[in-house]
Design a protein around this ligand. Structure first.
Ligand SMILES: [Zn+2]
Ligand SMILES: [Zn+2]
Length: 352
């Protein structure tokens, strides 16, 4: 086992602080990665604070982080796709059973035995898996992704969760070229949704409650911005959308957005409000509309997303911080005071 520096939380009420964790030795199919940047996702905060205790209670110490990019430092004897020095990424999953129908269909995120990057049972060392707020990580080669050579790694890190979370439902909805596509909310997820919808050729419309975000939405690639609290503005666009990506994780009126959809239109949820959202059946019946959910993406699709980002020069808009500011960054994330994702410079952990 190898001792590795990390930032961990000791309990639901603790701040993240310097710690030492153990990583396994590199076995035949493993890739050892020196972590260079790790994005901060809302899931990190929810897990650290045990806010999802009913679905998956947090085991402490907790080392979060599933938007990982770095450099390969060592590979196992059977690894042929990666070598020392390669630029790679690791997202929300580090393993699965490899054999179930969902794994066979390249949607490992729905494998009943998926191992998430943190707070999942660790079959190698016991206890739970530890995420990317650390110096290094060792991951089965099947769950290691190739980072495009031309992109800034600080902005690539958030692609591993926020990127694939928004790319996957947009892709699944088919050819959106020339079609009217809405993105609800302009945070970490929403700003990526805008970039992808634009890159796929859609007419992109952002729904936001904050008039202050209008300029930024246009800069990120939106063609139009609708202030969702403006009833007249909403009415003007009613029944005109082909697809809407809903990234809001707070309570909100989803029926208002279903009303924006045209015939056979779909709204896909990627945010996770903690209370159920009331849905009007009538709103769906008239126009044969549908509502869906989506969760990250499989490994094959995540690689496709990264390659697409390389071709189209897409990265997340990030504020790079030293790991010593991570607790403050959590507070700012709660207030949506970040454009649009924090990316931790992990070199600052080495020198700590
Ligand atoms: Zn995430
Ligand atoms: Zn499986």
């Amino acid at each position: 086992m190898k001792q590795t520096k990390a930032y961990s939380a000791a309990s639901a009420n603790s701040l993240l602080a310097m710690d030492t964790i153990e990583r396994r030795e590199t076995s035949a199919h493993d890739v050892q990665i020196e972590i260079l940047y790790c994005g901060i996702c809302h899931s990190d905060l929810h897990t650290v604070r045990n806010e999802w205790s009913e679905i998956m209670a947090t085991t402490y110490p907790c080392v979060p982080g599933h938007e990982i990019v770095g450099r390969v430092t060592e590979v196992g004897s059977s690894v042929t796709n990666f070598k020392a020095g390669d630029r790679v990424g690791v997202g929300c999953m580090v393993d699965s059973d490899h054999v179930c129908d969902n794994c066979q269909a390249d949607v490992e995120q729905f494998c009943p035995n998926v191992i998430f990057t943190y707070n999942s049972p660790d079959k190698h060392l016991g206890g739970v898996t530890y995420g990317g707020y650390s110096e290094s990580i060792i991951v089965d080669e099947k769950f290691v992704l190739r980072a495009p050579e031309n992109l800034d790694l600080a902005g690539v890190a958030p692609l591993l969760c926020a990127g694939i979370t928004t790319y996957s439902p947009i892709r699944r909805w088919g050819d959106i070229k020339g079609k009217k596509v809405g993105v609800v909310g302009l945070g970490g997820l929403g700003h990526m949704g805008v970039k992808f919808a634009r890159a796929f050729g859609a007419h992109v419309v952002v729904f936001t409650t904050s008039p202050g975000k209008k300029e930024d939405a246009l800069r990120l690639g939106a063609h139009e911005v609708i202030i969702s609290t403006d009833a007249d503005d909403m009415q003007k666009h009613a029944g005109t959308f082909h697809f809407i990506l809903d990234t809001i994780s707070a309570e909100h009126d989803i029926n208002a957005y279903i009303g924006m959809l045209g015939l056979d239109g779909n709204i896909t949820l990627v945010g996770a409000p903690d209370k159920p959202l009331p849905v009007s059946a009538f709103a769906l019946l008239f126009g044969r509309k549908s509502i869906s959910g989506s969760l990250i993406g499989g490994i094959r699709e995540t690689q496709e997303m990264l390659d697409f980002c390389g071709e189209h020069n897409i990265t997340a808009d990030v504020e790079v911080i030293p790991i010593q500011q991570v607790n403050e960054a959590y507070e700012r994330m709660v207030r949506s005071d970040v454009k649009y994702r924090f990316s931790i410079d992990m070199a600052t952990l080495k020198s700590a």
